[in-house]
Design a binder for this molecule. Structure first.
Ligand code: UDP
Length: 412
């Protein structure tokens, strides 16, 4: 059997005061025809990164409204996750080789995981490329509706990777992408749903934290809450551009010497590149003690991420590629204006000049950060607009509604 991931319980009623009656009633109506429907989500990791974050809430919410929902993770060796990380990068357009051995590793692990896939389901939702071969190697369980949920931007993939993966993806009758533009070339799904990720306003990461508590937590990591603080929370990954964030911070620092920078990153179990890029980031920061580079092995968990996002004066997300960017949503929900890279899903969230600023270079990033630090009243207003934007569009209850809508369509 594939490993089952336990989740906490969630009650949709608890979301009512935040999202309003209409949204909740709509969900109950959508769930009516799906009572008892057996659903399994399959992905590569129970911890670290956006997908695990989403499933942590989505699965128990599905249960709460009457579906029999589960979450399972595939198994893999270091070899396999090296290949899938390369695949992730290749699918987002990086120029990398794809050897026959790499292909065989991916196929072998998908085949092994397919053998371990047990149970009978009405809906099987397979997340991202790592387990995308499950449908092929299980030959598709009778009666189940298979959905491939792609969280990354495959609009301009490296053809070596795309040509290899496309036949496996093509077998899925239904797919979910974050943006229409992300669907790679030459694939025509029978059902295509566009669903953006969301955050859970009731998770420890996103529930309101008193400023004093947030300040005390960041102080434990050597930061002074009385001085301006820039924060980027991200895996250590070239697309997240932590080196560019340091460069932008340095420009800001020339004008505002008291500024500090915290780069907070988790090491996901399916991301072997993380430590290498962490080392590069540390080297790039050099001897500047106003830069703190932290990760989950230093006790940075959900509450700490919350604290950093709450204590920040400006949150930066300088990605050059970004599927969606849940960290942007999380920061906006805390009323922070975000200076974000004009990439992928970030512009869905950051409306330039209203809920934050979009930037395309280190210089522009530094310029907008400085502007927000020097204009705190405007920064606060933008932060409020950011929070409202998230409340309306990017909270878990909306995500649940979108999936229920898709399941209903597949049943028809
Ligand atoms: N995250 C975390 N600790 C960290 C860094 C990231 O808990 O040190 C979480 C972050 O809060 C967010 C998720 O990991 O919920 C990252 O999702 P995102 O969509 O921003 O990026 P991905 O890692 O999926 O590319």
């Amino acid at each position: 059997m594939l490993q089952n991931v336990e989740t906490e319980t969630r009650s949709l009623e608890d979301y009512r005061p935040i999202v309003g009656d209409e949204a909740i009633e709509e969900i109950h109506a959508l769930a009516e025809s799906l009572q008892g429907a057996r659903v399994v989500h399959v992905n590569a990791t129970a911890f670290g990164g956006g997908v695990a974050e989403i499933l942590q809430t989505l699965v128990p919410l599905m249960r709460d409204v009457g579906l029999d929902a589960h979450w399972q993770v595939i198994e893999g060796t270091g070899d396999f996750f090296n290949v899938t990380k390369a695949m992730h990068n290749g699918l987002q357009g990086m120029d990398l080789p794809l050897t026959a051995e790499m292909k065989a590793t991916w196929q072998r692990h998908n085949e092994l995981n397919a053998k371990k896939f047990e149970g009978h389901y009405d809906f099987v939702v397979v997340h991202d490329p790592q387990p995308a071969g499950l449908l092929h190697f299980t030959a598709g369980e009778q009666g189940a509706h298979w959905v491939w949920r792609c969280h990354i931007d495959t609009s301009h993939p490296n053809p070596r990777y795309w040509d290899f993966l496309a036949p496996y993806i093509n077998e899925y009758p239904a797919a979910v992408f974050t943006m229409k533009e992300y669907v790679g070339p030459g694939i025509d799904f029978k059902h295509l749903a566009i669903i953006t990720p969301t955050i859970d306003p009731l998770s420890p990461k996103n529930t309101p934290m008193e400023p004093a508590e947030a300040d005390a937590i960041v102080a434990r990591y050597g930061l002074d809450a009385d001085r301006p603080l820039l924060v980027q929370v991200s895996r250590f990954d070239p697309w997240k551009d932590p080196l560019g964030v340091i460069d932008a911070y340095r420009i800001v620092k020339e004008r505002m010497p008291s500024v500090q920078l915290a780069l907070v990153g988790s090491m996901a179990s399916d991301d072997p590149e993380g430590w290498d890029y962490y080392d590069r980031t540390v080297r790039h920061a050099g001897e500047d003690f106003d830069i703190r580079i932290l990760h989950n092995f230093q006790g940075v968990g959900n509450r700490e991420v919350n604290a950093f996002q709450t204590a920040a004066d400006v949150v930066v997300q300088k990605s050059t590629r970004e599927g969606f960017g849940l960290v942007v949503t999380e920061a906006m929900w805390k009323g922070k204006p975000v200076v974000g890279g004009n990439a992928g899903g970030i512009p869905l969230q950051v409306i330039d000049g209203q809920t934050g600023f979009l930037v395309g270079s280190v210089e522009a990033c530094a310029d907008r950060v400085l502007y927000l630090l020097q204009n705190p009243v405007e920064a606060k207003e933008m932060g409020q607009a950011a929070r409202e934007h998230v409340r309306r569009h990017f909270l878990s209850s909306r995500h649940l509604a979108d999936y229920l809508r898709l399941f209903n369509q597949l049943l028809r």
